[in-house]
Design a protein. Sequence first.
Length: 336
Amino acid sequence: MKFVGEKDYEHGMEAKVGVLITNLGTPDAPTKKALRPYLKEFLSDPRVIETPKLIWQIILNGIILNTRPAKSAKSYKTVWTDNGSPLYDIAKKQQAELARALPNLVVGLAMRYGNPSIESQLINMRDQGVRKILIFPMYPQYCAATTASTFDKVAEVLAKWRWIPEVRFINEYYQDELYVKALANSIKAFRKEHGKPDLTLFSYHGIPKAYLDKGDPYHCFCRATTRLVKEHMQLKEEDVMTTFQSRFGPAEWLQPYTDEVLKGLPGKGVKNVHIIAPAFSADCLETIEEIGEENRGYFMENGGENYNYIPCLNDSEDHIKLFTKLIKQHTQGWDY
């Protein structure tokens, strides 16, 4: 094997400590041309799609990559901002806030798919003299398709280095007191402005049910998040509901499905809904367009009267406090 970084060590080099925050990713532009390589990388990940590789590559290259990029580009155009994609824009703000809160740490930012890549940012941190790195995938609930995939990519990159750094990894934080409190505070603040709803829907990104059957704990962690927030706010069982969004393909995914639930609620007398997406650490296409617009349409078209989406925690003060605590907790013993 040819190793990289043959000359990345110099005697007397100051050894620094860094944290690499990561999120799922985004295309470079809301265009068909930019979506194709992004979707190819994303949908070629065996953690995301567990269909046998040969079969899946035929489907992916023969059908999906010839149809989905154009459709996805249209959706991305509806949420794109002057600063690029909402996810990347918010992630940069999170990075900046953490750099201010932790001035002695090197704070890097990478995306699992797309740019800036995990490999480029690990190299960037190495070039700054970082010898101890905390990898922080910003997914509150562990899932093999997100958290483990990030670990895979980091390991793949470091496997090519001659001198690897000391590495730590945050698996999940769904049960953290500050995370639960931050979600509760966001719901309370939203209610002060928009009133109390008939139901608060906790909508999480879905995964195929087969992944749950194989032992993925994501489903349990999502339900635990809803329960912990409900208990913190002293809400009744009937005040909240857990659902799952963004399913893809014909296979059964985690249920109940967010869109189907919203279509049926008005007929059950639930006309005023607040919806929150606790699995997302930053607003993105799936929250702004899918939850904020598409699912709003399903609810209102079927007799709903008031539909309000509660934004993600993003770069809020509560969120940055949570991240800062987690980083300090997981870097204990590292002098910086």
